[in-house]
Write a protein that binds this ligand. Sequence first.
Ligand SMILES: Cc1cc2nc3c(=O)[nH]c(=O)nc-3n(C[C@H](O)[C@H](O)[C@H](O)COP(=O)(O)OP(=O)(O)OC[C@H]3O[C@@H](n4cnc5c(N)ncnc54)[C@H](O)[C@@H]3O)c2cc1C
Length: 396
Amino acid sequence: MSLRHRVERVVVGGGIGGLTAALALARHGLAVHVLEQAPEFGEIGAGVQLAPNALRVLDRLGVLNDVLGSAVRPPRAVLMSAVTGEQITAIDFGAAFVAAYGHPYIVTHRSDLLAAILDACRAEPAITLETGKNVRSVRQDGDTAVAECADGSVYRADALIGADGLWSVVRAHTVGDGEPAHIGDVAYRGAIATASVSDRVGKGDMTWWVGPGLHLIQYPVRGGDLFNQVAVFSAAAQGPADAWGPPQELDRSFAGTTEYVREGVRLVDRERRWVLRDRPPVATWSKGRATLLGDAAHPMAQYLAQGACQALEDAVVLADLLAAHRADVPAAFAAYEAERVPRTAMVQTWARRMGEIVHADGVAAILRDALCADRDERDFRYLNWLYDYRPPASAR
Ligand SMILES: Cc1cc2nc3c(=O)[nH]c(=O)nc-3n(C[C@H](O)[C@H](O)[C@H](O)COP(=O)(O)OP(=O)(O)OC[C@H]3O[C@@H](n4cnc5c(N)ncnc54)[C@H](O)[C@@H]3O)c2cc1C
C-alpha cells in the first residue's frame, strides 16, 4: 500500500470541530480527507452545552434533528449559591429565548453529538475518513501543505485544516507559540445515572452551583436518563501540573458547600481529571496552505460553555470561504481569520472573565449577587453578542 497520498483538502483531527468542518466542506461539494489519531472516532463520556449559535450551524448542515433526538432542552439555566443553596439568578430558556435566537439551548451527551455529525460525514461521498493516523509534523512545500504521520504515511494537500485540539501539532507549525497556559483550575466530569442523584425541584435545569474558587454544573442528558456533572475548583498548583487537584483536594474544596452539592461531588467520576488550560488570543492562525480551527486555534476556559460552539462556527465560515475562493486558498484563510479571530478572541477573553465572576469571593461575590438579584430571567441583553452570531452571508 502506498504511503504517499495527494488530497485536495485534509483535516487533521476528527473531533467535533474537525468532523463538522469536513461536513461543511462536503455540503459545498468540496472533497475532504480526515485524519484522526485515535483508533476510533469518539468523545469522552460527559455532556456538552450547545447554545443557539451552535444549533444554527447544526441546522444549516442538516444534522440538528438528529442531535435533538437524544438532547435535553433544560427549561432554565440557574445560578445557585453552592454555599447557601439560594438562587442568585436564572435565564429562562422558554419561548421568549427561542424567539430571540431562533433556536433553543440544549444539553447533550458528547458521544451523541459526535455520532450525529459522524453519521452525516459517512453519508457524504465527498468525505473520506481515516483513523489511527497520528500526524507528527506539518510543513509547506510550494503550494502544498504536507502532513506526516507516525506510521510513515504522508498527505499532501492544497489546504490543510488543523482541528487537532489543545495540543495541536498543526499549531506548532503555523503559530509556534509553545504550550497552552494554565487557568489554575482543575475539573472532574462525567455522566451518571440520573436516578443516583437525589431529586430536588429544578433538577431538570442546567444548574451552576457557584462558590469561592469553585463550581459544580449539573444537567440531564440522553433524554434525561443520564445526569452530567462538572466539578471545577482552583487548584493549589503544587508540583507538576498533571498532578494538580487530586480527589482529596476536590473534596476539601467543596467541604463548605451544601449537602446537595457535596452529594453531587461525591458521585462525580474521579478516574480522570482535566487540568484546565487556554491560550491568549493571537492575530493569525494560518501559514501558507495550513490553518487552524476549534481548540487548536483558540482554546478557551469553559466558563461560557462555548469551546465546541465556536468550533462549529469556525467550521462553516471556513468552508464557506474555501468554497468562495476555490482557486485561492491563502485568500480564503485570510478572509477566515478576518472574520473569526476577532470573534473568538472576544469569547476567549470573556470566558476567563466569566470564571472570575463565577468563582468570586468576598465583596466581589456580594456585589455579583446584588447586581443579579433583580435581573429579569428573560433579559437576554448580555447574551446577544454571543448567541446571535450569524456567519456572514458574504462568505457564502
Ligand atoms: C470541563 C470542560 C467543559 C466544557 N464544556 C463545554 C460546553 O458545555 N460547551 C462547549 O461548547 N464547549 C465546552 N468545552 C470545550 C469543548 O470541549 C472544546 O472546545 C471542543 O471539544 C473542541 O473541539 P475540537 O474538535 O476543536 O478539539 P478536540 O475535541 O480536542 O478534538 C481534537 C481531535 O483531534 C485528534 N488529534 C489530536 N492530535 C492529533 C494528531 N496529531 N493527529 C491526528 N489527530 C489528532 C484528537 O484525537 C481529537 O479527536 C468544555 C471543555 C472542558 C474542558
